[in-house]
Design a protein around this ligand. Structure first.
Ligand SMILES: [Fe+2]
Length: 410
C-alpha cells in the first residue's frame, strides 16, 4: 500500500526527540514489512511498546483439516453453522470456525455479537469480508467503522479488537502472507492505474489516534508454531495500553474497501475471472462478482463456460442477489462452493439456456482461488450438503439413484 497517510501528531523528522507535554519522550515504533525493505509506518507511543508483564498459552479453536478425498465439488451451507442466540455471546475472533484451509490461507466464518479481546495475527494479513452487520474495529492506528460489503484488510501483527453493533456475520480470510491490491493494478511506484476497478479514493483508513490509557492489557497473539495448520496462540499482557499512540505516518495500516465501490469490467463476450479480482496474497487471489451489465454480443452466453482451472481450487461465497450459474444446484445466500483443481466445473445445464438474452446479473459473491489444494475444516465438514456433487448429472449416491434423499433442490 504505497498510499501515504499521516494521522495525529508526529515530529517533523523521523527518529528524533519527540517530547510529551510533560517533557518525557514518546517511544517510536517502526512497523515494517520484509525486513526494512518494503512498506512501513512509524507509530509514536506514550508507553514502551515492548513492555510485557505476562505471557501464557492461548488455546486456539479447532484448526485441524481433512483432505478433499475422494475428490469432489462441495457445497457448504455456512448459515447452518451458528445459532443466533448463541452468536450474541460469541466474539468475532475467538468464535471463528474453520471452513477451509491450506498452508497458505485459512477461511473461517463467524456470527458474533460480543466484543472481541485485543488480538493480533502474527502469521499473516487478514482480509475479513462483512456479510452482514455494522460496528467498529479499534486498532493501534485508530478506529475503522464497518458495514455490510466491507473488506477489512488488517496487516500482519496489527493489534486490534472488534466491537460489533449487534450481531455481525464475518467471512475471514487469514493469510500466511501479505494481502494487497493486484500488482497489475498499480504503477511501479504503487499508484492505482486507470484500468483498475477501484482506486485510492475507495479505501478508508483510520483518521484519528485512539489515545487510550490503561495498564495490564491482555492481547491474544496468533503466531507460527507446531499446532494444527502451523499455528499456536499466546496471551501477552502489556504494562501499558497498546492503543496509546498519539500519531503515526507511513504506507502500512489497516483499511476498508466496500464491494459497492468495485466498478465491474464488462464486455461483448464473457470476461474471464481475473477482471473481478480485488486482492492477492501469496498463492491465492480474492475476486468479487458484483451486480453488472452482462455480455452484450447478440449471441453471447452470459453464464460462464465450463472451465478446468488446472492450478487452482476455487471457493465462491454467495452473499447477495441471484447467482445465475448455480440455479438448480441448491446454492443459496450463505452458501460456499468449492470447485477443486483436477475437476472441470461450470453452470448447471438449465442455467445456460435460462441466461440467454439477460441484460444484467444482480449477483454478489466473493471468490478465493488458491494455488494449493484446500482441505475441509471442522465447520466446512459440519456444513456440507452431501448431494451437491451430483447435481450436474442429476444422479449419484443418495441423489436420483433410488437411495436416501439427502439433497434438497431448494
Ligand atoms: Fe469457476
Amino acid at each position: 500500500m504505497a498510499h501515504y497517510q499521516q494521522v495525529g501528531t508526529v515530529p517533523a523528522k523521523r527518529h528524533v526527540q519527540f517530547r510529551t507535554d510533560e517533557g518525557g519522550l514518546h517511544y517510536e515504533e517502526l512497523m515494517g514489512e520484509e525486513g526494512f525493505s518494503s512498506d512501513s509506518s512509524l507509530l509514536y507511543h506514550r508507553g514502551v511498546p515492548s513492555a510485557i508483564v505476562d505471557s501464557r498459552v492461548w488455546e486456539l479453536p479447532d484448526l485441524t483439516t481433512t483432505a478433499n478425498h475422494p475428490l469432489k465439488p462441495r457445497h457448504l451451507r455456512l448459515h447452518s453453522l451458528f445459532d443466533e442466540a448463541a452468536a450474541e455471546k460469541a466474539d468475532p475472533v475467538e468464535g471463528r470456525r474453520l471452513v477451509l484451509g491450506n498452508g497458505d490461507v485459512r477461511i473461517s466464518y463467524v456470527v458474533a455479537g460480543a466484543d472481541s479481546p485485543y488480538y493480533r495475527n502474527a502469521t499473516g494479513d487478514e482480509c475479513v469480508y462483512v456479510e452482514a452487520g455494522t460496528g467498529v474495529v479499534e486498532t493501534v492506528f485508530g478506529a475503522l467503522s464497518f458495514r455490510a460489503g466491507d473488506y477489512l484488510v488488517i496487516p500482519r501483527a496489527t493489534t486490534h479488537r472488534w466491537l460489533p453493533d449487534g450481531v455481525v456475520r464475518l467471512y475471514a480470510v487469514e493469510a500466511n502472507s501479505h494481502i494487497a491490491p493486484p500488482k497489475r493494478y498499480l504503477s511501479r511506484y504503487g499508484q492505482f492505474l486507470e484500468h483498475a476497478p477501484y482506486c485510492e479514493r475507495d479505501l478508508t483508513a483510520p483518521t484519528d489516534p485512539l489515545l487510550a490509557e490503561g495498564a495490564d492489557v491482555e492481547v491474544l497473539v496468533k503466531h507460527r508454531g507446531a499446532g494444527p495448520g502451523g499455528l499456536v496462540g499466546t496471551r501477552m499482557t502489556y504494562a501499558t495500553h497498546p492503543f496509546d499512540v498519539v500519531g503515526w505516518d507511513g504506507c502500512l495500516y489497516p483499511y476498508t474497501f466496500n464491494v459497492e465501490d468495485f466498478e465491474p469490467i464488462t464486455g461483448r463476450i464473457h470476461q474471464p475471472p481475473p477482471v473481478h479480482q480485488v486482492f492477492e496474497g501469496h498463492n491465492f487471489v480474492i475476486c468479487n462478482f458484483v451486480p453488472r451489465k452482462v455480455d452484450y454480443h447478440p449471441l453471447s452466453v452470459p453464464v460462464p463456460y465450463y472451465h478446468s482451472n488446472v492450478d487452482s481450487d476455487e471457493v465462491m461465497f454467495y452473499v447477495g442477489g441471484d447467482y445465475e450459474a448455480r440455479k438448480g444446484s441448491g446454492i443459496n445466500i450463505g452458501s460456499v462452493s468449492l470447485h477443486p483443481g483436477g475437476y472441470a466445473h461450470g453452470p448447471q445445464p438449465s442455467a445456460i439456456e435460462a441466461s440467454l438474452g439477460a441484460d444484467r446479473f444482480e449477483e454478489l459473491a466473493v471468490m478465493v482461488d488458491t494455488f494449493r489444494p484446500l482441505e475441509l475444516g471442522e465447520a466446512g465438514a459440519a456444513a456440507e450438503d452431501p448431494g451437491y456433487a451430483w447435481t450436474w448429472a442429476g444422479r449419484g449416491p443418495g441423489h436420483g439413484d433410488g437411495g436416501p434423499a439427502v439433497y434438497s433442490n431448494s
